[in-house]
Design a protein around this ligand. Sequence first.
Ligand code: F6R
Length: 612
Amino acid sequence: MCGIIGYTGKKESAPYLIDGLKALEYRGYDSAGVAVCGADGLRIIKSAGKVAALEIKVKAVSPEGTCGIAHTRWATHGKPTEINSHPHTDCSGEIAVVHNGIIENYLPVKERLEKNGHRFKSETDTEVIAHLLEEKLKNASGDYEKELLKAVAEAAAELSGSYAVAAVWKKAPGTVIGAKKKSPLVAGIGDGENFLGSDVSAFGNHTDKAVYMDDGDIAVIKASGVEIYDKNCAPKKYEISVMEKSGSEAGKNGLEHYMLKEIREQPFTIKSTIESVLADIDSAFGIKTGDLKKIKNIMMVGCGTAYHATATAKYWMEEFTNIPTQAELASEYKYRKAAIPKETLAIFVSQSGETADTVAALEKAKEAGFKTVAICNVYGSTISRISDHTFYTKCGQEISVASTKAFTAQLAALFALSVLIGRAVGFLDEKTEKRLLDELSRIPEAVGEAVKSEGAVKELAERYYRDKSFVFLGRNVNYPIALEGALKLKEITYLQAEGFAAGEIKHGPIALLSVGTPVIALAPGDSLFDKMSNACEEVMARGAEAVAVTDSRGNKALDPKIKNRIVLPDTPEYLAPMVNVVALQLFAYWIARLNGREIDQPRNLAKSVTVE
Ligand code: F6R
C-alpha cells in the first residue's frame, strides 16, 4: 500500500506529481504529500486526508521546481496525521524521502541515530531513512549524485523489511533516486522527462515505457535518462517494457461510483477473459501438456476476494480432475509448516499481483519446488514476474477498492484451468471438456441478465439498509460466494456480515439470529436445493427473514412464505457462482449507497496490500 511517484524533466513537477498521486490513490488515501526540488531547495507540502486536499494546498503555494517526489499513504506506523505523512526529511531539511513498505528494524536504527544527535519529528518508520541518508552524506563532496547513489546503497544494506523508496537531495537537484526491496517500484521513460512510480499508473498518462526494478536495484532518474544499479552500485542493463493499453476506459461512465461501473462491466470482462483462454487453451496458462499430466496435487493461494475465487475453484478442480486440491489463505500458508506433496501445481490468484502475503506464499512454493502459475490482472506485477507462468485476466484497471470484475474473471480463468487439467490427466473425456467450455462461453450472457437484476436488488436494499447485521448462506460452490457476499457488504458498509456454509448454522451461527435478521440464502434449483430450502425454514422458524437468491427452477419450488427473492437466470450448477455473486455485489453496493458510505474508497482499506 502507499503510492509513490517521482518526476524529473523540464516542466514544473507539481502537476505531474498530483496527477500521479490521483492515479495511485487506490493504494492508500489517508494522507498525502509532495517534495519539490527547486532553485532554493526543497519545498514540502503535506496534508492529512485525500489527494484532493493536498491538491488545494499545492495549487495555493505553486511550488517551483522541475524535479520532485510525492506519496499517498496507507498508515502502518503512526496515525494518519499531517506530521506523519510523507515526504519525511532529515534534520537539515535538505533530503526528502517517500516510502512504501515497513522498515522492520527502524527502532534500533532510530535509537542509534538519536544518540548521534538526529532529531525525529514523526512516529513513522520511514523517517529513519532520511536521517540515515543524512548521516551517510555528511562528509559528501564533489560528485553529489554519485555520493547520493552510494549513500542509498549503504542505507539499504542496513535496513530490513520491505521498501520502495524515492529520495531527492537539495545538493543533487534534478535527480530522483529509488531503491526497492519486496515492494514494487517501476521507472518510466519519457521524452526529456523520466519517472519513478509504485506502478505504471503513476505515469501512464505521460509514457507507455516502463522499467520494472528487481529487489536490490537502485534507480537514478534524471531528465536525460534512467540508470539502474545493483546493490553494489554496479550499473545494470535493463529491459524496457511497453505497456498495453488498458481494456476498459478510465472514468465512471457517468455513474456515481467505479464499483457500480465495474459490476456492470462484468459481462464484457468475463467474455474477454474467456475468449483469451479459449483462443488457445493449451498454451493459455503456459504449462505444457506433459507437465499437466504429471500433476498429483493442486494448491491455490490468494487473499480476501482472490482467496474466495480459489475456494470456489477447489470444487471445480476436485470434480473435474479428481486430484486433491487445497485452497489456501496466503497469510496463513506462508507461516505454516505445510506438507510438500510431490508434483504440486501451485496457482496464485491476485488482481493487483502485488499483495505482499501472496508474494511471500509464492516464494515459499517456489522454494518447495512446486510448478507455479499466476492468475493476475496487472501486467508486469511482482507476482506475474516471479511465477513460472502467468495468465492475465482481461478486466482493464479495477479502481474501486472492493473487487468485483476481477473476481468473476478469476473464476472464469480457474474454471477453464480445471477443465484443462481434467482433460490432460484423462479424468474428463473430450465430449465433456467441450460441453463444459461451451457452458462457460455462455456465462457472459447470464451475467448480463444478472446485472439487470439491479432494480430488484435495490428494492431489497431499501428494505434492509437500516439493519446492522446480515448473514449469508450457501452450500458447495455457493459457500465461498456466501463468504464473498459477506466480505463485500462489510468492507463497503462497515456493517456486521458473516457468511456460512448453510449446513453449519445449526452448529453455532444460528445463535446470531434474532427477529428480522436478514439471511441471504443462495438457493438455486440445483442438487442441493432441498438442503438450502431447509436452511431457510430453520432461520425463519427463529424469526429471521430469509432472502433467496435463486433461479427459475428454485423460484417455483421455494416456500411461498419466502417473499424476498432475487431470481437469476438458470445456469449449470457449477457455474452458478459467477451469476449469483453479481446480485450480492449489487446488494452490498446499494446498502452502502443508501447508508451514504464512501463506496470506492472505504475507510481503513487500500486496493493493493503491499505490506504484511
Ligand atoms: C476485497 C478485496 C480484497 C482483495 C485482497 C487481495 O474486495 O479487494 O480482499 O481481494 O486484498 O488482493 P489482490 O487480488 O490484489 O491480491
